[in-house]
Design a protein around this ligand. Sequence first.
Ligand SMILES: [Zn+2]
Length: 118
Amino acid sequence: MHDYEAVEKLIDRLVEGLGPFDRITRVRIRVSPIYSPDALEQAFEMVTRDTPLEGAELEIEGAGEQMCPSCGARWSPTHDDLAGPWLVCPECASRTPIESTGLAVLEVVDGPAPKTVC
Ligand SMILES: [Zn+2]
C-alpha cells in the first residue's frame, strides 16, 4: 500500500497550493524503484477523483542511473530490478541497497510550482 499512501500525500500537497479555479493537467514525478508504476497510476486515478487534478496525466520517471559497486555496471533501475529492499545488478546479479525511497515532483503543468520536494 505504500504506493497509494505516497500518491495520496503528494496530491494532498498539490491540492493545498491551488486556488479555487486552478487546475492541474499534468504531473511529472520521479520515483524510487520501490514503487510500481502501475500501482502509482492506479492510485493517482483514485486519489485525484473529485479534485482539481481529476483527469490529469501522470508521467513517471525512474530514479535515474545507479552504479553497481561490485562490477561498475550502470543502469537505470526499475521496479523489476527489485528484490526485497535490494536492487539486483543486471550484469553480475549482486545486490545493492536502494538509495532513494522517495517520490518527487519534477513538473506540474497548469498549476503552481511545487513548493517542496521529498
Ligand atoms: Zn554488478
